[in-house]
Design a protein around this ligand. Structure first.
Ligand SMILES: NC(=O)c1ccc[n+]([C@@H]2O[C@H](COP(=O)([O-])OP(=O)(O)OC[C@H]3O[C@@H](n4cnc5c(N)ncnc54)[C@H](OP(=O)(O)O)[C@@H]3O)[C@@H](O)[C@H]2O)c1
Length: 339
């Protein structure tokens, strides 16, 4: 292709910006236009990404003959509608994942693309990565034997909840739509086959859980709050009793945040287990916890810097080696005589 493919971008969000940066660095593509619900956003985006045309409506950009292909980076709920509109406007479309909200929507989108004679593709970029191709070749060649089980998980840290499309059911956010679709896509790619059944266990969440809901439903609860008047006594005996049988409590939150007597009672009963980094009466560990199989004690490793952790590990190793040799411990971290 001698002519560079002229892209129009629908939306001015996070991934649109990344896409624009990629196109600006590409040899066979160029940016022709960007469209936003607001003219100012389109203009600001165009200014920062060097896009020649900025539109204050999506329709206006689709009417621009200078745009050959459209990148649909809108929220999931708008993929179907705006992909079809772009195809009907004669554009090729790269639509963000998850492609559609249902099989019927996906079929309609491909039907329109076929009728319009335009290319339509879902933006699963990992599928075009050479590493992915190499892995598929390796698996299909039988180099690692028959595929018996594919276990996939996709996690990332979210720092912004408010206004995040991922947590908005009205925009069809949610974990399955946002990243679960990668795992499903990946499993189908590697299996080279369609599913014969689907079983789903899910946890529904709207605008965030209350503390009580979190305690009642989580398998693992990890505490990281600072001690403030609001968090003092936060995990009371009553709240601890809400934890599911078999749940694990990780506590790295220093200070009187957990009712320690209640926690020790729960641990001694064996109902829950815990990883404890902090104690009320530092450095003393409650006697009743020593020797319990359901408690892992970590001496402040969760809150320390990498350097501190390295130093603590060295102290530990020196102490263990001295103990094995039958020598007195070189570092007594409690300040008491060590037996
Ligand atoms: N392939 C990947 O690696 C990848 C990575 C991240 C996200 N994605 C997908 O890309 C899509 C967008 O994700 P994102 O992270 O870029 O989201 P985002 O930052 O929230 O951007 C979404 C954009 O959609 C437009 N929009 C239209 N109606 C909206 C509404 N009611 N509420 C909020 N925004 C609305 C907005 O642009 P205007 O205000 O300019 O109209 C907004 O900037 C999602 O489908 C997501 O799954 C893909």
């Amino acid at each position: 292709m001698s002519e560079r493919l002229a892209w129009g971008i629908l939306g001015t969000g996070n991934i649109a910006r990344q896409f624009a940066t990629g196109v600006n660095a590409a040899r066979r593509s160029r940016l022709a236009a960007v469209a936003s619900r607001k003219q100012e956003s389109a203009q600001a985006f165009a200014g920062s990404q060097n896009v020649p045309a900025a539109y204050g409506s999506y329709d206006a950009m689709l009417a621009d003959p200078a745009v050959t292909a459209v990148y649909n980076s809108l929220p999931n709920s708008l993929h179907h509608e705006w992909t079809i509109k772009a195809l009907r406007a004669g554009k090729h479309v790269l639509c963000e994942k998850p492609f559609a909200l249902s099989l019927a929507q996906a079929q309609e989108m491909f039907d329109v693309a076929r009728r319009q004679g335009r290319v339509l593709m879902e933006a699963f970029m990992y599928r075009t990565h050479p590493l992915t191709h190499r892995i598929i070749e390796t698996v299909r060649s039988g180099a690692i034997g028959d595929v018996r089980l594919i276990r996939a998980s996709f996690c990332f840290k979210v720092s912004k909840w408010q206004g995040n499309i991922r947590f908005n059911p009205a925009l069809h956010g949610g974990v399955i739509m946002d990243v679960g679709c990668y795992c499903v896509n990946f499993a189908r790619l590697f299996a080279g086959a369609d599913p014969t059944g689907v079983h789903v266990v899910h946890h529904r969440q709207s605008d965030g859980l209350t503390l009580e809901e979190l305690l009642r439903t989580a398998d693992v609860v990890s505490l990281h709050v600072p001690l403030t008047p609001e968090t003092h006594g936060l995990i009371s005996r009553e709240r601890l009793s809400l934890l599911q049988d078999g749940a694990t409590l990780i506590n790295t939150a220093r200070g009187a945040i957990v009712d320690e007597d209640a926690l020790v009672d729960e641990l001694v009963s064996g109902r829950i287990s815990a990883g404890l980094d902090v104690f009320a009466d530092e450095p003393n560990v409650p006697e009743r916890l020593l020797g319990l199989a359901n408690v892992v004690l970590t001496p402040h490793v969760a809150s320390a810097t990498v350097e501190t952790r390295a130093a603590m590990t060295r102290v530990l190793v020196e102490n263990v080696l001295a103990f094995i040799r039958g020598e007195p411990l070189p570092k007594d971290i409690r300040g008491d005589p060590v037996e």
